[in-house]
Structure formats: structure tokens, C-alpha cells
Design a binder for this molecule. Structure first.
Ligand code: FUB
Length: 455
């Protein structure tokens, strides 16, 4: 137990932490989407040690239980847009008629400002490609960031974006062209807590003010525009309307300022498995901060009148909404929480867990071993050096060992070999499992691609 506490403390997070939801890299500007029973999380990617938002790519994660997240890597990056050269900033994905449209913003080589673009794929995890080979909207303005989209019940799709103005337009059914004019909401004190940026009086204290990062959603006949507000540092506030095009009424804060370690915030809202979730970002991953942000989730309930409650940022995050089946091949990059490891892509085998050192670990939560428990544990691993071992421990990093498998050198970091060992769980049923990596202190030990238990 003492060892468990020491190792957890080494990550700077409590044993029950579920936020931030990804620990293998920084994941900013979260945009959740539910499709076919799975919740997908689209994020930006802040670079390690960055001194600005030097962001190169977007990433995708998915979950079916809200706690174990599968890393799908980066199916979209700056180089997928011939017209863009910098700043892969906030984005959102939406499905229509079996196609997935990822609305992004990028610095435009064509105009020198920021521009809105759209990529398309046949699956929520890609491969994505630039849908039109040019920006969807590009007028040389730096305002063109943070697109958010939705399709109303009558089939009309809308797109909104902007900092510090809020632009909006109708999308045609093809989802890759704008129907009519791009317009701007007139910001007022009643609508957004303050007038539009240019009309604000210097030194006047307003109720609030729209800053950036809009997120549009609707429930029943109510439309919600959530946004980062208050200038820097940002909190999250919202406005409501009876129509997707306003007029809007400022409703107050949702996530007030708190010690998130990030001067920006950026939200998304989604319903999944009968619960409502609020996604946002913080600088709380060790080494993170204003330019090293990470996605987090909180569960919430709408007030009876349809308004938002105040949602505080927590380290605990959300509870599981399902059990995890270990009796199948599970990608090693399926992670509830981890310490030390990262992930890398390989064209043949996809994403795998890399950078494994002595003392690192991966936790998978709420694993249902059933009544009999497993008899075998197998793993696919590769090492160009001397390898190491994986201990499968139950319920904590120092918990009982259910299996231990030695990984020798395999002749290369992507020379995958399967290793199998006996597995025994004295008390079957539901456990959190920890893959604790051991080996020589100092060097990288091995990479891991997948694992499975057998009855
Ligand atoms: O991630 C870069 C920028 O920071 C986003 O576009 C804004 O919403 C803010 O989160």
C-alpha cells in the first residue's frame, strides 16, 4: 500500500484521478461526439515544452465506459491541408449520412490569416482528407478560429466560430459549402454579458464577455451557445435562445475560474448512456500549463428548467458507465490512467504504447473477469534492447500479482512477438488492473501493442 501511494504521488495525482483523461500527451480543445454507442473525443495536441500554441495535429480517442480511453492516434494534421501551414487549433467533428466531417481552423498560406477548413472520412477515426482542397472560409482575418457545428432537427446544419466576434453561417446539405452569407452576432450585455469587442468601453466592468471557443448544442426547443468568456484567464459561460440564430440571452457561468493551471478553457457538451458530460481542458497534467493543456470530463445534470448548473473542475472526473471485457485482444493503448508511457503510431500495426521504463504503469478500470477468472495472459511486445517484464496487478500498483510475463529483446522496437503466461485471480469478478512495467533502471524497456486474457 505504501508503494502504491508513493507511485501515485509520483504522477502528482490521486489514486482515484480520472482527469485529465489522457496522460500520454497533451490533448487540448476537447470536442466529444457520440456515434454508434461509442463516445469519440477529438482534441488538439499541445507540444511538449511549448511557449505558444504551436500545434501540429489533431487526435482522436474513444471510450464505451467513460473511463478507459482507446488512443486512435492522429488521423489529421496540418499537412493534410495544402493551404495551411501553422496552428492546428480548436476543431469539432460531426456525422451526417455516414460521413464524418471534421471542422478545423488553421493559419492560411493563402490569406495570411486564420481560416476554417473541413476534412471528411468514412469512419469516425479516419483516414480523413481535406474535403474540398481549399478553405471553407478564409478572408485574411485572425478571427477565424474555433469552429463548432450542429444539425438541427429539421436537417439544417449550422457552423459558428470566432474570436472575439461570433460568426455564423448555414451549411449546405453537402456539409462542405456555406449556404448564403457569413454573418456576425451583435453582442450585447443582454446576449453575452458585454457588447461586441470593438464597442466595449475601456475600463468598464461588464457582467461577462464572449472571448472564443463557441460550442453550439440544443435540447428540445432550447439552443445553447457555450463559450470561453471573460478574456484571459478564461472561464466558461453560456447564452440561450429559442432559435439557432438568436437572439441570445446571457445565462451566466458554467465553469467559473479556478485553479486549472491553464489561462484558456475550451468546452464541449455531450449526452452518453443516459448521462450528460461536460468536456474542458486544464494544464493539470504534470509538466503542463497554459501551452500544455489536457482534456478533462465532468458529469452533470441540467437544472429542471433546462439551464446549466455550475460545474467545478475536479481531479476525480467521471465514474465508469460500463464494465471492461478482458477476454479479447485489447489494444495496449486503452488506458484509464497511466504513468510515464507515451504512444506512437506504426503504419502496419497502428498505435502502440512506447517509452516504457522501469516503474511506469497503465491502469485499466472496472475490468470484469467473470466468475471463473482467467487462466492465461498474453501480450504483444517489442524491444530493440534487453526488454523487461509486465506484472499484472489487481486494484493498485502494489496489489496482488495476477500474472507476470518476461519480455526479452525481440531485435527491434517494432519487431512484435507474442508472449504468454499463466494468470490467476484468487477473487474473480470486477477489478481495476495495473500493468506495472519492470526492468533495468534507466533505459527504455520495450513497446507494447496489445494484450488479452484467456479463460
Ligand atoms: O488551442 C488553441 C486555442 O486556444 C484555441 O483555438 C482556443 O479556443 C484556445 O483554447
Amino acid at each position: 500500500m505504501r508503494l502504491a501511494a508513493t507511485l501515485i504521488l509520483a504522477t502528482g495525482m490521486s489514486a482515484m484521478a480520472q482527469n485529465p483523461v489522457v496522460q500520454t500527451c497533451y490533448t487540448s480543445d476537447p470536442a466529444p461526439m457520440v456515434h454508434d454507442g461509442t463516445l469519440y473525443l477529438y482534441t488538439g495536441h499541445d507540444e511538449n515544452g511549448a511557449d505558444f500554441f504551436w500545434m501540429q495535429e489533431w487526435r482522436v480517442y474513444s471510450t464505451t465506459d467513460m473511463v478507459n480511453w482507446l488512443d486512435h492516434g492522429s488521423p489529421l494534421a496540418i499537412e493534410d491541408f495544402s493551404w495551411g501551414d501553422d496552428r492546428a487549433w480548436a476543431a469539432q467533428t460531426i456525422e451526417r449520412d455516414g460521413k464524418f466531417y471534421w471542422y478545423i481552423c488553421l493559419h492560411s498560406k493563402l490569406s495570411g490569416g486564420m481560416a476554417i477548413g473541413v476534412a471528411v472520412a468514412d469512419s469516425p477515426t479516419g483516414p480523413f482528407k481535406d474535403a474540398i482542397g481549399k478553405p471553407l472560409f478564409d478572408n485574411g482575418s485572425w478571427d477565424n478560429i474555433d469552429p463548432t457545428v450542429f444539425i438541427d432537427d429539421d436537417g439544417q446544419a449550422y457552423i459558428y466560430w470566432g474570436n472575439p466576434e461570433i460568426y455564423y453561417a448555414k451549411l449546405n446539405k453537402d456539409m462542405v459549402s456555406i449556404d448564403g452569407e457569413v454573418r456576425k452576432f451583435e453582442q450585447t450585455i443582454e446576449g453575452f454579458g458585454a457588447p461586441s469587442f470593438k464597442k466595449r468601453e475601456k475600463d468598464k466592468k461588464y457582467k461577462d464577455c464572449y472571448t472564443e471557443g463557441p460550442w453550439i448544442s440544443h435540447r428540445g426547443d432550447k439552443y445553447y451557445l457555450l463559450y470561453a468568456a471573460g478574456g484571459v484567464p478564461e472561464h466558461i459561460a453560456y447564452s440561450m435562445s429559442d432559435s439557432p440564430l438568436g437572439p441570445w440571452t446571457y445565462m451566466g457561468e458554467i465553469m467559473p475560474l479556478s485553479d486549472t493551471g491553464s489561462f484558456t478553457n475550451h468546452c464541449g457538451v455531450v449526452d452518453y448512456k443516459g448521462k450528460s458530460y461536460f468536456a474542458y481542458h486544464t494544464g493539470k497534467l504534470p509538466g503542463g500549463g497554459g501551452f500544455g493543456r489536457s482534456a478533462a470530463f465532468e458529469e452533470f445534470e441540467y437544472n429542471p428548467d433546462g439551464t446549466f448548473p455550475i460545474i467545478p473542475a475536479t481531479e476525480e472526473g467521471v465514474k465508469p458507465v460500463g464494465f471492461f471485457n478482458p477476454y479479447r485482444r485489447v489494444e495496449a493503448e486503452t488506458i484509464a490512467f497511466s504513468k510515464g508511457v507515451t504512444t506512437e503510431p506504426n503504419a502496419k500495426t497502428g498505435v502502440y504504447v512506447a517509452d516504457i521504463h522501469n516503474g511506469d504503469w497503465i491502469k485499466v478500470r472496472n475490468v470484469d473477469f467473470g466468475s471463473g477468472g482467467p487462466s492465461k495472459f498474453a501480450v504483444s511486445a517489442a524491444s530493440a534492447l534487453r526488454g523487461g517484464a509486465i506484472e499484472v496487478r489487481l486494484d493498485s500498483v502494489a496489489g496482488p500479482v495476477a500474472a507476470r510475463v518476461e519480455i526479452p529483446g525481440t531485435g527491434g522496437w517494432e519487431e512484435w512477438k507474442r508472449f504468454e503466461t499463466d494468470a490467476k485471480i484468487e477473487i474473480p469478478g470486477v477489478h481495476d488492473i495495473y500493468f506495472v512495467f519492470t526492468g533495468r533502471k534507466g533505459p527504455k524497456l520495450f513497446n507494447s501493442d496489445w494484450w488479452e486474457f484467456k479463460k
